[in-house]
Design a protein around this ligand. Structure first.
Ligand code: FES
Length: 109
């Protein structure tokens, strides 16, 4: 795994973009933290901690629509752009910066 350091953190090379299904997800574990990666219909990649703020549902098993993930357990909608649940007071999940370079997805960790 190639790692490049920046002032903001470390960019970690994760997976080829084409290996994340459109409107689907992949999960990875980095330093004991499970992270869910999502590809939206408009081909953007988002990454958040793979744990719903409600009762820890696996967000990687959820439904991707627009820039939102719907938790598979109790249907909480979470904005993938910032990790904030759309229902007021429902909390948030930790988001990670992502970038794509030469067809590879990187997460800032
Ligand atoms: S665990 Fe996600 S909505 Fe309940």
């Amino acid at each position: 795994m190639k790692v490049r350091r920046t002032e903001m953190g470390t960019w970690i090379k994760i997976i080829e973009v084409e290996n994340i299904p459109s409107m689907g997800a992949r999960k990875v574990v980095i330093a004991n933290e499970e992270i869910a990666l999502f590809k939206t219909r408009d081909e953007l990649i988002f990454a958040v901690k793979n744990e719903c703020p409600h009762k820890k549902g696996q967000l990687s098993e959820g439904l991707v629509h627009e820039h939102i993930i719907t938790c598979p357990l109790h249907n909480l909608d979470i904005n993938l752009e910032n990790g904030v649940a759309l229902e007021e007071g429902a909390g948030c999940v930790k988001p990670y910066e992502t970038k794509i370079e030469e067809g590879m997805v990187y997460i800032q960790f």
